[in-house]
Ligand binder design. Structure first.
Ligand SMILES: Cc1cc2nc3c(=O)[nH]c(=O)nc-3n(C[C@H](O)[C@H](O)[C@H](O)COP(=O)(O)OP(=O)(O)OC[C@H]3O[C@@H](n4cnc5c(N)ncnc54)[C@H](O)[C@@H]3O)c2cc1C
Length: 435
């Protein structure tokens, strides 16, 4: 093995690494993929929603054998205070289409399946192998990797860094900085097991239809954060994530937050009688466009979470990971087919292609959004949710109070909580960040 030379080495067998390895191997490149986990998926934590379109672009017939849980027909967005939720629900029979748009998946099973496809495409996949360091030549070009297995450098023309959010290799090689605590969220998650019929009945879901709840508000105790509930076939994924800098500032415990979320009066009945089998914690890149590091250099490219390619505003990550992995693979295959070297200049093709994709277009569009929500988190995650709940209750409670008085009370509460100037300033900043 150590004597062999590869066209490409992919570090990591998550969504981005598998997409890159599959794309290159299926175009005839000699690919080695290294994964530190016992098997692909063993280290991966995701809610998880799979966005079908991005996988379909890579493996068009994936629905034939991929381990999919439910296809999603309903999305509930909730704004919570301590005793209520105000919701917007979108459910459509259009999502019962022949090739559904979104599915819930369980990453440990899904990543194993994806990895089988990578092997079938011709890549060599080695698990339980940690890449300890990148190998560089005297000019600073990446020429391969060192691993924790005995042996010398494994050589390749290019190394694809698909090592996830921590990105230690890239950081050690000074290709990127350590992500700042205000640019990453810590998410904790549990799996609640329930019989399929109970889930179907509780959420009004026939067959393998699924529902997602995403909740923001007082559940994050003033921190910028989001709670989620995803229905799988025989389980519910429940989790909550908040900015690491906010955890540090408030000293809130992630587990206490998750415990409070699952005991929220709107969530508790949905989980009643479930058996909890798994608990996991993981970081999520949250810095958006401004946190993206250099994406390529001499002999290397970086993809997925390691490149901070995560759209926190739209709660999308794995699709950006898969797409950046695919595009990196296509760019490398194109350079190889022209018999050009894997120099920084040539690998800039990856960035040029990514610029044209939804990945960088979306992240660029919302470039000011993460900072706005992060720096004004108490307003957006406590004050406004509480006011929304008061207004909703005022609207639906019938107690003989004249409607004009109710409307005045709602307006007065709004101004008392934020002042006219505060409201205008939040609205303007939100509009500017969203434009
Ligand atoms: C709680 C939670 C919920 C989420 N929900 C969703 C969701 O519903 N939908 C969605 O689209 N996204 C979601 N995401 C985001 C999504 O999981 C990530 O964007 C996606 O997994 C990134 O893929 P990746 O391949 O870049 O990194 P990862 O999936 O993290 O894979 C990195 C891989 O590299 C391996 N590795 C790291 N270092 C080394 C090394 N030195 N040597 C060898 N191997 C190494 C790791 O073991 C790992 O397998 C969620 C994330 C979390 C934490």
């Amino acid at each position: 093995m150590t004597e062999e030379r590869f066209d490409a080495i992919v570090v990591g067998a998550g969504m981005s690494g598998n997409a890159a390895a599959y794309t290159m191997a299926s175009r005839g490149l000699k690919v080695l993929q290294l994964e530190r986990g016992e098997y692909p998926g063993s280290k991966n934590v995701q809610g998880a929603i799979l966005y079908a379109n991005m996988l379909e672009t890579i493996i068009p017939d994936f629905r034939d054998d991929a381990p999919l849980e439910r296809h999603l027909v309903e999305q509930r967005f909730w704004v919570t205070d301590d005793t209520s939720h105000t919701g917007m629900h979108y459910r459509s029979d259009d999502f019962n289409e022949p090739a559904p748009n979104r599915y819930t998946i369980i990453r440990a099973q899904f990543d194993k399946w994806f990895s089988r496809k990578v092997r079938a495409a011709g890549a060599i996949v080695l698990c339980e192998t940690t890449v300890t360091e990148l190998a560089l030549d005297a000019a600073g070009k990446v020429i391969g990797v060192h691993t924790d297995r005995a042996g010398s450098v494994i050589h390749a023309d290019v190394v694809v860094l698909a090592e996830g959010v921590n990105g230690l290799l890239g950081t050690r090689a000074r290709f990127r900085k350590v992500p700042k605590p205000e640019a990453v969220a810590l998410a904790v998650k549990e799996m609640h097991f329930l019989p399929e019929e109970v889930i179907n009945e509780r959420f009004g879901l026939p067959g393998d239809q699924g529902c997602v709840i995403e909740a923001a508000g007082t559940i994050s105790r003033g921190m910028a954060g989001l709670g989620f509930l995803y229905t799988n076939k025989e389980s519910i994924s429940l989790g909550i994530g908040c900015l690491v800098s906010h955890f540090a500032a408030t000293l809130e415990s992630p587990y206490a937050l998750l415990d409070a979320f699952k005991n929220h009066p709107s969530i508790r009945p949905l989980l009643a009688g479930s058996e909890i089998k798994e608990y996991a914690a993981h970081l999520i890149p949250e810095g958006g466009f401004k946190a993206i590091p250099q994406l390529f250099g001499d002999g290397w490219v970086v993809v997925g979470d390691a490149a901070q390619l995560n759209n926190a505003v739209h709660r999308e990550g794995s699709n950006l990971a898969m797409t950046s992995g695919r595009i990196a693979g296509e760019a490398i295959a194109a350079i190889k087919s022209r018999k050009h070297p894997m120099t920084s200049d040539n690998l800039s093709l990856y960035k040029a292609m990514l610029d044209k994709s939804f990945v960088l277009k979306d992240l660029r569009k919302y470039k000011d959004m993460p900072a706005l929500l992060h720096t004004n988190s108490r307003n957006f995650f406590t004050t406004y949710p509480q006011l929304m709940s008061q207004a909703a209750q005022n609207f639906v409670r019938v107690d003989g109070t004249p409607k004009i008085e109710k409307e005045r009370a709602t307006t007065a509460a709004l101004i008392k909580a934020r002042s006219r100037w505060g409201l205008v300033s939040d609205a303007v900043r939100l509009a500017l960040a969203w434009r």
